[in-house]
Design a protein around this ligand. Structure first.
Ligand code: SF4
Length: 257
């Protein structure tokens, strides 16, 4: 019998760490960072370029990385993750991030069911929240989505409200647990926040909403002031009629990956 060829992926890094963003902060997760991104956020410092090898940190927090060749097959990736997931209860979740992981949705569609079967971990997906066609391919395998609403005044890009809307409608229709993250900088416009509130209200999502004050990056140091962040939190909570949390990138405060 001819065996079907497995999908392969370009990976950026694999490691074990505590989650530093969103409402699942502090949970111990197995991180898989995939290569590639279709966006160009001003505050982005993530290395997501496709390379001939990727980093595997076998000793958590050691900063020592083994180089593994790219691209990698489904079975090879699961084997590596097994090696990092050494003991029972070592990890709370498998965390798929990027770049933009949905750019490799065909790989994920094959990888996630197998990973779920073999690792028995809930799957969390971090995404820019604007590629619904790709998301539909894997939505049934996702236990929690950490998605962005990208604010043009912060990212320096064109608005993608409609793409976010379609994404949030899918999350709502499938009742997928979700967190909506809005990165805010000193340049955040009131109009963008109002648009985000309108989107969240219109799509009737029950997602957690998090304001994430921007961390200084190579291309921008426009960190919002405490007064700005607290004002936006109050305004959004009043408009939405539920809690809006302020959570910075805590892994950077602790020197975690
Ligand atoms: S979506 Fe994420 S990875 Fe892509 S450019 Fe923006 S911050 Fe960077």
């Amino acid at each position: 019998m001819v065996q079907e060829k497995q999908q392969t992926a370009f990976v950026s890094e694999i490691f074990s760490s505590a989650q530093g963003e969103g409402v699942h902060i502090g949970r111990r997760q197995l991180f898989v960072r995939l290569c590639g991104c279709h966006r160009n956020c001003l505050y982005c410092d993530t290395d997501f370029e496709r390379k001939g090898t990727f980093n595997v940190e076998r000793e958590p927090g050691s900063g020592v990385f083994e180089q593994v060749p790219n691209p990698i097959s489904v079975n090879q990736l699961i084997k590596l993750l097994h090696e990092l997931n050494r003991s029972a209860f070592a990890h709370d979740d498998l965390f798929i991030t990027g770049g933009e992981p949905l750019l490799q949705a065909d790989f994920l569609a094959e990888f996630l069911p197998e990973a779920h079967k073999q690792l028995n971990l809930p799957v969390h997906l971090e995404t820019s929240g604007d590629l619904v066609v790709q998301f539909i391919k894997i939505a049934e395998h996702i236990d929690h989505v950490l998605m962005d609403i990208k604010l043009p005044s912060v990212t320096g890009e064109s608005a993608t409200w409609e793409a976010h809307q379609r994404f949030m409608e899918k999350i709502g229709a499938d009742e997928i647990s979700a967190t909506i993250k809005l990165v805010v900088s000193a340049d955040t416009s009131e109009e963008d926040l109002a648009e985000a509130v309108e989107l969240i209200t219109a799509t009737e999502t029950r997602a957690h909403v998090v304001l994430q004050p921007m961390t200084a990056a190579v291309k921008t140091d426009r960190i919002p002031t405490a007064k700005q962040v607290l004002t936006w939190q109050s305004q959004m909570a009043s408009a939405l009629g539920h809690s809006v949390r302020v959570i910075p990138q805590c892994h950077k405060l602790m020197g975690l990956l």
